[in-house]
Design a protein around this ligand. Structure first.
Ligand SMILES: [Zn+2]
Length: 275
């Protein structure tokens, strides 16, 4: 039993290492991002096996390819985002850390067949996927972005700005993980319920991300060019930046982690209530 468990975690580590190195070589991950991805991948495969790893890979591959294909950060919005297309360690942990804890630490304690924990795991990834798809597609294809709180017009790429295209992409991104969560329904229990609540919880998680982005997330003003940006302490133009709104402690990564927390909590609660 111990041997089987040990070999599964060793296999998990080996596979996570291979995938992370490949993603690093493809310049999808920074060195720190690759190290974090090894940790997240090992925990997900070790705790949740192949079905869990399939869900994680679906999120990672689809959102990385979307970023690579669209790459809006190279365009006029480049100086609003805090980071470029390569995910670093903080970004990987913000998007995948909660799913890793749920799969690698909570699920084994719950016996491996808890519908609530599986739903929370899928909900966390659905929220991360919905947020990433919404950001990439909304910034590239969205027309007339408005702030989610006041509906005032906002520049493309502003935290908390939403567009019709972005909201549709958010629903599609959550639904993509929702459909794939059919794979992880423990013992084939309540698969359609799991798919539906994963989609709903993931979409609402991404909406919470926009709400936090419009309110508490730190915004900075460049002292040289005057633009509002997430970049701190230096803007890409070289000027230093100063807090212009929100709380300094609420970075983009904190907001992304909160997004996955809302997705996981809603999906777990709905699964416990409905199943
Ligand atoms: Zn500047």
């Amino acid at each position: 039993m111990i041997n089987i468990l040990l070999s599964r975690w060793l296999l998990a580590f080996g596979l996570a290492l291979i995938v992370s190195l490949a993603a690093f070589r493809m310049r999808l991950l920074s060195p720190g991002g690759a190290a974090a991805a090894v940790l997240v991948g090992t925990m997900v495969y070790g705790g949740a096996g192949l079905p869990g790893a399939a869900l994680l890979l679906a999120f990672f591959i689809s959102s990385s390819l979307l970023t690579r294909a669209i790459n809006p950060r190279e365009a006029q919005t480049a100086d609003k985002f805090s980071k470029g297309g390569r995910r670093d360690g903080a970004q990987v942990l913000a998007n995948g850390g909660l799913a890793a804890i749920l799969a690698g630490a909570i699920l084994p304690v719950a016996g491996g067949h808890s519908l609530v924990v599986w739903a929370a795991f899928a909900g966390a990834l659905a929220a991360a996927n919905a947020d990433t798809w919404a950001t990439e597609i909304g910034v590239r294809f969205g027309r007339r972005p408005v702030l989610i709180t006041t509906l005032a017009p906002a520049a493309a790429g502003t935290s908390g700005a939403v567009t019709g295209a972005g909201l549709a992409a958010s629903l599609a991104g959550a639904g993509f993980i929702g459909v794939l969560s059919l794979l992880v329904a423990p013992g084939g229990r309540a698969p359609l319920l799991l798919a539906g609540l994963t989609t709903v919880a993931g979409s609402l998680g991404a909406l919470a991300d926009s709400l936090l982005g419009a309110t508490l997330q730190a915004r900075y003003r460049c002292l040289t060019c005057g633009k509002i940006t997430e970049q701190h302490p230096r803007h890409r133009c070289g000027g230093s930046t100063t807090l212009a709104g929100g709380w300094a402690v609420v970075s983009n990564e904190v907001v992304n982690f909160a997004c996955t927390t809302v997705g996981a909590a809603l999906a777990g609660a709905l699964a416990g209530w409905l199943a």
